[in-house]
Write a protein that binds this ligand. Structure first.
Ligand code: NAD
Length: 479
């Protein structure tokens, strides 16, 4: 007897489900080994993960939209019960960031990642009938996630991808393997409990760069969604598949002479110190107009920042950089200090402060490597400029054309408009902290995959859908 591919998939699924029954009572935490058959999405190799995801996607799509709504609600409900646990496990495993901010990130993606409501069919009717365009699933999505937001990216991607009717195979950052695997298991439990199929969210138990490459090349993966630095973005773009790429940023915060210095200082501290500066949208340098720079610095210090003085700068450079390549060029940050608390970094240059200090600031020249590098640590350079136009020009230069995120503090609408036009970023925040652009203290939905290189911006279910046009000729124009 010859089986079709679909029949083989279904047989594999039945075997998987039978095995799943036998593993009842096995602790949910990842053991590091192959968990194929657990129904909780963890597989020993890419091909097994993709094969299971092919089956689960067909089952998910067959369930319909209302079932998907219930599944998304179930995912949110389960994850809410594990917000702190997931945050703590990410912090313990990666050693990056702050617990309270990781909790806030998880809560944000659970509450504000759009579900099925993001899928809006469109219709055109006329004398020749009715044409309907509907957002349809791609099938299996291959997703690659960063070490900086491991659980929040998985949660956010999963909600959007499942809402659009896809299954997903994650290749997570190896340095965040355990918390990510646990997150995947929780998601599958929630989906199954809400009446969905097993293994809608799949992952490999031992992710590596090689397994990421294999996922990118897998013939049954229809769409790639990668979140990370320049290397992974380039790799995804070379894959030959459709790729949604969320890449690096170096967001400037321009403060002109019309800004409220206290409010600007408050917002910059909130954004730049959030999770110790490891999130891609956060302020990575301040560009302040001379007329306000001293007031701004004084307010930053009054509100809890520590200023690193000129004579401590050389010492700081030796600590935080692994390599500098001279003025005007980005350097390489010392990984040891990425995502660490400000007091830990400041101690290395002889400044002893308490854990409550969230941010160090340092005035530097505009060509300083700290201005040009995505530092991902709570040490923020400040550059002085003569006027707003010079500040905007510099902001455009140091953003490197990533097109990611920028902020500006100003009450001058000409300045705000010029910056908005010239900087050409996916997210531009006026008179607020960068995180407001993620819907955290600002309006709008959230996303932890902001696709600047490929242009989708804050990705959501609609981006994980392909348009399908359905045309009825000469009928159903009913007016
Ligand atoms: P990273 O680029 O080192 O790793 C990201 C992921 O890509 C990991 O899973 C890693 O294993 C994989 N990877 C790296 N190089 C690869 C290659 N050549 N082939 C296949 N896979 C590869 O980044 P990171 O340190 O985990 O995260 C921080 C970076 O990600 C920062 O640059 C940050 O701005 C960016 N980021 C962007 C967004 C966004 O929404 N735009 C969100 C989070 C992080």
């Amino acid at each position: 007897m010859i089986f079709t591919e679909d029949q083989i998939d279904l047989i594999a699924q039945r075997v998987t489900e039978r095995l799943a029954k036998r593993t009842d009572g096995v602790p949910v935490r990842d053991t590091g080994g192959t968990r194929a058959g657990s129904g909780e999405g963890v597989f020993g190799d890419v091909d097994s993960a993709v094969s299971a995801a092919v089956v689960s996607q067909k089952q998910l799509a067959a369930l319909g939209l209302e079932a998907r709504r219930k599944i998304i609600a179930g995912m949110r409900r389960t994850l809410r019960e594990h917000i702190e646990e997931l945050a703590r496990s990410a912090l313990n495993e990666t050693g990056l960031g702050r617990l309270e901010d990781k909790i806030a990130k998880n809560r944000l993606v659970i509450d504000k990642t759009p579900g099925t409501e993001d899928l809006c069919p469109t219709a055109v009717s006329g004398d020749r009938g009715l044409t309907l365009v509907e957002p349809a699933p791609y099938g299996v999505i291959g997703a690659i996630t960063p070490i900086t937001n491991p659980t929040s990216t998985i949660i956010c991607n999963s909600i959007g991808m499942v809402a659009a009717g896809n299954s997903v195979v994650f290749n997570v950052h190896p340095g965040a393997r355990q918390c990510s695997v646990y997150n995947v298991q929780l998601l599958n439990r929630a989906i199954v409990a809400a009446g969905g199929p097993a293994n809608v969210i799949a992952t490999v138990s031992q992710p590596t760069i090689e397994s990421a490459q294999e996922l990118m090349q897998h013939p049954r993966v229809r769409l790639l969604v990668v979140t990370g630095g320049e290397g992974v973005v380039k790799a995804a773009m070379r894959s030959g598949k459709r790729a949604i790429c969320a890449g690096p940023g170096n967001p400037p915060a321009v403060v002109d002479e019309t800004a409220d210095p206290d409010r600007a200082a408050r917002d910059i501290i909130m954004g730049a110190s959030f999770d110790n500066n490891i999130v891609c949208v956060l302020e990575k340098e301040i560009i302040a107009v001379d007329g306000i720079a001293d007031q701004l610095k004084a307010s930053l210090c009054r509100q809890g920042c520590v200023e690193i003085s000129g004579h401590q700068l050389q010492q700081l450079e030796k600590v935080i950089f692994e390599e500098t390549r001279g003025p005007g060029k980005p350097g390489v940050m010392n990984k040891k200090y990425i995502g660490q608390n400000a007091d830990v970094i400041l101690r290395e240059i002889g400044i002893r402060v308490g854990k409550e200090i969230r941010l160090g600031i340092v005035e530097v020249d505009r060509d300083h490597p700290l201005v040009l590098t995505e530092q991902m640590m709570p040490i923020l350079p400040l550059v002085r400029v003569r006027n707003a136009d010079e500040g905007i020009d510099l902001a455009v230069r140091v953003e490197h054309g990533f097109g990611h995120t920028a902020t500006m503090h100003s009450k001058n609408i000409d300045h705000l408009s010029r910056m908005a036009r010239e900087i050409n970023v996916s997210i531009f925040i006026k008179n607020g902290p960068s995180v407001a652009g993620l819907g955290y203290g600002g309006e709008g939905h959230t996303s932890f995959s902001i696709a600047s290189p490929t242009g989708e911006g804050l990705t959501s279910a609609r981006h994980f859908s392909r348009d399908r046009r359905c045309v009825l000729v000469d009928h159903f124009r009913i007016v």
